[in-house]
Design a protein around this ligand. Structure first.
Ligand SMILES: [Zn+2]
Length: 398
C-alpha cells in the first residue's frame, strides 16, 4: 500500500494510517513551527503566542475557541467541536516548556534519522501535533460527529498546574473519557497509573533550656522530631508503590541549648487513593504522639497531585486502545510512573483517563530531549481511530 506522499505504509484495516501518512510533511512542518516558538512557563507572552497558533488551527476545523485569561502565567485554551452530543471526549495538553528563552541557540531542532531532537519536541509539542492531526484526520473522514470533542491546552503544567489545577473539575465536567498527550515512555508504553504526590512539613515545638546548668527544664524538639521521622519513613510500602522521603531537616540553635524548634520536609508518593488515606492517617497519629514530654508537633501540607489510577470505565478504554493498536500495527504496552501530570487531576475527578498518548521519546527536560518520528504518526492514527470509535458517525458508545 502506498500513501499519497509515495511512502510505504504497512497494510492495515484502518483508513487513518494512510490519512496520516499523507500528512507527514505537514505534521513535521507544524511541529517545527511550534518548537521554533520558545515557550517557557514563566514567559506569558511567548506561551500565549503558541496557544494562539493552536487556537487558529482548531478554529479552522470549526471548533469554538476561548481563552481562559491568566495574569502571571499564559492563558489556557478551550476548544469545543461544533457538535454537542455524547459521549464527550476530552483531549489534554500543555503549551509551556521547561527551557528558558534562547535555548534554541544551543539546542536547535534537528532530525537524526528517525529521531527529532530539540526543546520540548516530546514534552509535549509532539503530543500537541498528534492531538491536532488526529482530530483533523477524523474530521476529514467524517465531518459530522456523533459525540463531541473538547480540547484543553494549559500553560502552567510544568510547575504543577498552579492556576489550571482548580479549573479541572469544571473543564472536565460530563466528560466520558480523557486522553492526555504527555509523552509515551521511551519504550512506547502508555501511562495508566501515575503516583500522587504530597509535600509535608512536620514542625515540633519544645522548650529551650541551658544544656549544662538545667537540662531538666528543657524539652528537646529535635529528639521528638527524630523519633517521629523514623516512624514516618517506615510508612513507605515499596510493594504498594508508596515512597516516603524526609528530604530536609532543620532545628536547634547552639550545641549548648536544648532545642526549642525543629522541622522536616517530607515528599510522599502513592499509587492509590487507599495508600494515600493510610499514609495520611498514620502520619497524623505519629505527629500527634507526644514523644518527649512538653513538646508539641504540627503537620502541614497535602497531596497536591492525587494518584492517577483506573476508575470505572478505564478498562473499556484500555481494551479499545489495545484493539485499535492491533489494527494499526502499534503494540500497546502500559506503564506506571512516579511523575505527575494533569492526568492525575482528571482521574481524581472520576473521569476514565489514559495518559502517555503522545509520541514516544525520552530525555525530556534535558539538552538531549528527543522524539521518535514514526511514533508521532502512529499515535496520531491511534487517536483518529479512537475518536472514530467514540464520536464518529458509527460510534457505539453508550
Ligand atoms: Zn509535559
Amino acid at each position: 500500500m502506498t500513501s499519497p506522499a509515495g511512502e510505504d505504509v504497512a497494510p492495515t484495516s484502518s483508513p487513518f494510517v494512510a490519512a496520516v501518512a499523507g500528512r507527514r510533511e505537514q505534521m513535521l512542518e507544524f511541529l517545527g513551527r511550534i518548537v521554533s516558538m520558545e515557550s517557557p512557563t514563566q514567559e506569558k507572552a511567548h506561551v500565549d503566542a503558541v496557544l494562539e497558533v493552536l487556537a487558529d488551527a482548531y478554529r479552522s476545523l470549526g471548533f469554538a475557541c476561548r481563552r481562559l485569561a491568566e495574569r502571571e502565567y499564559g492563558d489556557h485554551l478551550v476548544a469545543d467541536s461544533p457538535a454537542e452530543g455524547r459521549p464527550r471526549v476530552l483531549l489534554v495538553g500543555h503549551a509551556d516548556t521547561v527551557y528558558p528563552l534562547g535555548t534554541l541557540a544551543s539546542m536547535p531542532a534537528r532530525r537524526e534519522g528517525d529521531r527529532l531532537r530539540g526543546p520540548a519536541v516530546v514534552d509535549m509539542k509532539g503530543g500537541l501535533v498528534a492531538m491536532l492531526f488526529g482530530v483533523r484526520c477524523l474530521l476529514a473522514a467524517h465531518p459530522r460527529l456523533h459525540g463531541s470533542i473538547r480540547v484543553v491546552i494549559t500553560s502552567d503544567e510544568e510547575p504543577g498546574s498552579p492556576t489550571s489545577r482548580d479549573r479541572w473539575p469544571e473543564l472536565a465536567r460530563g466528560a466520558d473519557a480523557a486522553f492526555v498527550f504527555e509523552p509515551a515512555r521511551p519504550d512506547g508504553a502508555l501511562v495508566l497509573r501515575r503516583k500522587g504526590v504530597g509535600i509535608f512539613r512536620v514542625h515540633v515545638r519544645g522548650r529551650a533550656a541551658h544544656a549544662g546548668a538545667e537540662p531538666e527544664q528543657g524539652a528537646s524538639a529535635i529528639r521528638a522530631l527524630a523519633r517521629k521521622l523514623l516512624d514516618i519513613e517506615d510508612l513507605a510500602a515499596p510493594a504498594a508503590g508508596t515512597t516516603v522521603n524526609v528530604g530536609v531537616v532543620r532545628g536547634g540553635t547552639h550545641p549548648y541549648v536544648v532545642p526549642e524548634d525543629a522541622e522536616a520536609m517530607i515528599d510522599v508518593r502513592v499509587a492509590t487513593a487507599a495508600e494515600r488515606d493510610r499514609v495520611l492517617a498514620a502520619m497524623g497519629a505519629v505527629v500527634d504522639r507526644e514523644d518527649v514530654p512538653l513538646t508539641r508537633a504540627t503537620l502541614a501540607g497535602q497531596f497536591h497531585r492525587p494518584p492517577l489510577e483506573p476508575v470505572p470505565g478505564t478498562e473499556r478504554l484500555v481494551a479499545m486502545i489495545e484493539d485499535e493498536g492491533r489494527r494499526i500495527g502499534l503494540p500497546v504496552r502500559w506503564a506506571t510512573t512516579g511523575g505527575a501530570s494533569d492526568g492525575n487531576n482528571l482521574a481524581a475527578a472520576g473521569i476514565p483517563t489514559i495518559d502517555g498518548m503522545g509520541p514516544a521519546g525520552g530525555r525530556a527536560h534535558s539538552p538531549d530531549e528527543y522524539m521518535e518520528i514514526p511514533s508521532l504518526f502512529l499515535k496520531t492514527a491511534l487517536l483518529a481511530g479512537l475518536l472514530d470509535r467514540l464520536v464518529g458517525p458509527e460510534a457505539m458508545w453508550r
